[in-house]
Design a protein around this ligand. Structure first.
Ligand code: GLV
Ligand code: MN
Ligand code: MN
Length: 415
């Protein structure tokens, strides 16, 4: 006779605190870059806890880490829940980790209550969701969904120079307990819990977001090239100064794209100059552009605008421009039936919910291409994320995990 499954709130909060210590920054955030030593330590800890509970652990070719609680019928595709464990360089402790650890808590809650399920339930920690150390982001879920392979990205250098192939091999080898299986096994569905990373839920005092869609994202690396020359002796008309071109292009994009459309997003998050000396006109300046929009056609127009304005400034400043695309994520829609299940689960727990579109991309975007998928959002303070100050209240964490458990029970037709 099984008991009723319950989220163990103290254990969930202790898990979040424990993982926040892996790669902790002095300002209270986390620096756990994808495939780094810190990322490996987090995976190891999760695998140890899983093995101690009698769950099975395995990895795939891109080092997605899976934890499986077996069902009665091993032939049925498992229900997948989870998120990611990698972070931004000055990331918060909740982005990714909260979803992964809440999913693990659901597995433990089912085990505590000795609940038998027909299909297995698997927790996943997808590799490199952030895309900060290696782009593109969502590599693990892209590979899982057949939208890329580890081989495609093998030669990608990290921001610290180490090749993806080497760091991937070291990460896989660091967890010999987890056998490496094929990438992309069948699943029945995927549910990902995540912090909202925006202000809406907090402003409206709604504890649960039901994510129905994810806006599209494109990333570019733009390189203006000119001629390195002396800062003191080179008159304006002799210069081929890529910093002039880059500054002008960035200023014109910043002052046109978002002011023209409240739904548009444009971010230049990284810039570097070569050779990077105070008294040398740079030979090249490179910067990244992240653009987003819920409408694929408008996002395509935004891309053309980025290309046009960069070409124009390159010509004006007598510099060459090279534009390479790093990410092309079309907007995606989630399963409406899982959205309804999340709404019903929230209602049954006395929690208000509201439907919303995600401004951030997530692993669920790619998984939704191969199986029904949806997401549960919980509020974060002041909408702040990708920041060490990211904060979620204990009550919101616990509510989110309870909703995830109730959704899993409903999808497994338990109770
Ligand atoms: C995910 O981290 C994103 O940038 O949307
Ligand atoms: Mn995330
Ligand atoms: Mn993130």
């Amino acid at each position: 006779m099984s008991m009723k499954a319950e989220v163990n709130a103290a254990r969930l909060l202790a898990s979040v605190a424990e993982f926040a210590a892996i790669g902790a920054t002095p300002a209270g955030g986390v620096n756990r870059p994808a495939l780094s030593i810190e990322d490996r330590a987090a995976r190891r800890r999760l695998a140890e806890r899983a093995l101690a509970r009698g769950f099975t652990v395995f990895q795939d070719g891109i080092a997605n880490l899976f934890i499986r609680r077996e069902g009665r019928n091993a032939a049925l595709p498992p229900l997948l829940i989870g998120s990611h464990l990698d972070s931004q360089p000055t990331g918060g402790r909740f982005d990714g980790a909260l979803g992964t650890l809440s999913a693990f808590e659901v597995l433990e809650a089912l085990a505590d209550a000795e609940i038998e399920t027909d299909r297995a339930v698997e927790v996943v920690a997808f590799t490199n969701e952030e895309g900060s150390r290696y782009s593109p982001g969502c590599m693990g879920s892209m590979a899982f969904a057949g939208a890329g392979t580890a081989g495609d990205w093998a030669a990608t250098p990290a921001t610290d120079g180490l090749l993806l192939a080497d760091e991937l091999a070291a990460t896989l080898a660091a967890l010999p307990e987890a056998t490496v299986g094929p990438t992309g096994h069948p699943i029945s569905a995927f549910v990902e819990l995540h912090i909202e990373q925006g202000p809406v839920l907090e402003q409206e005092d709604v504890p649960i977001g039901v994510v129905t869609a994810v806006q599209g994202t494109k990333w570019f690396e733009i390189v203006f090239s000119g001629t390195a020359a002396h800062a003191g002796t080179t008159p304006f008309e002799f210069r081929k100064d890529p910093m002039g071109a880059a500054a002008a292009a960035i200023a014109s994009l910043q002052s046109t794209v978002m002011p023209a459309d409240p739904a548009a997003r444009l971010t230049v998050g990284r810039i570097s100059a070569e050779p990077g000396s105070i008294n040398v006109i740079p030979s090249s300046v490179s910067f990244t552009v992240d653009i987003r929009h819920p409408d694929a056609a408008i996002l395509a127009e935004m891309e053309q605008q980025v290309r046009r304005q960069c070409d124009e400034e390159g010509r004006r400043w007598n510099c060459d421009v090279a534009i390479s695309q790093r990410v092309d994520m079309a907007p995606g829609r989630f399963s409406s039936s899982i959205a309804t299940t999340i709404e019903d689960a929230s209602r049954s727990l006395g929690l208000k919910s509201r439907r919303m579109v995600s401004g951030a991309f997530h692993d669920a975007l790619f998984v939704s291409r191969v199986a029904p998928a949806a997401m549960i959002f919980v509020p974060c303070r002041d909408g702040i994320s990708h920041n060490e100050a990211e904060f979620v209240t204990d009550a919101h964490m616990i509510s989110g995990a309870r909703v995830l458990l109730a959704v899993v029970e409903s999808m497994l037709q338990l109770g």
